[in-house]
Design a protein around this ligand. Sequence first.
Ligand SMILES: [Fe+2]
Ligand SMILES: [Fe+2]
Length: 199
Amino acid sequence: MRTAGTGSKMLEYETILRDKLTGSRYDHVRAVCTCAGELADLYGIDRENAELAGLLHDYARDMHPDDLLRIGRARKLVTCNVEEQVPVLLHGPVGAVLIKEELGINDIQVLDAVALHTLAGPGMGRLAQVIYIADLIAVGRDFPAVSHLRNLARENLDKALLECIASTICYCLERRQLIHPQTIEAWNFYSIGNREEGI
Ligand SMILES: [Fe+2]
Ligand SMILES: [Fe+2]
């Protein structure tokens, strides 16, 4: 992580996150920050923004589900009854609102990346794609497909995004969990896009 330029802000955010998150979650956001920075360099996107979004993506992850739902309802972030059943799904959009209000983050790409990192969505920007992928493949993640996804992320970001969405949907189905329609929309959107481009 850089320590010059925005470095002092990053240190300030790290201190805030250490208070907000459990120890293992803090390690996770640091790992996502590093992974997002590496992917940013590979794909020519702004590294500082990627590290910032990586660090802050789980800002609201350790909030109580009742609080996530209360804020989600108040800010009209609840889009369907899946979030009512699984309030933790709101930690992305709620986190985006809170880092804007509490930390003064105004960069729309960073806010979108934080908002979309759990559910994905059609038409994500490159930064949001990088954070979605980094969240799944960062150091500390351990599931059967993770090494394949790590290799793919370094070869082809579009393919990696599609496979990460597929992996998430399969994970939910295998556990008979609810699947948010936004994730299905993302799957269809990028699946059709990849087919048209012959990827
Ligand atoms: Fe998250
Ligand atoms: Fe995360």
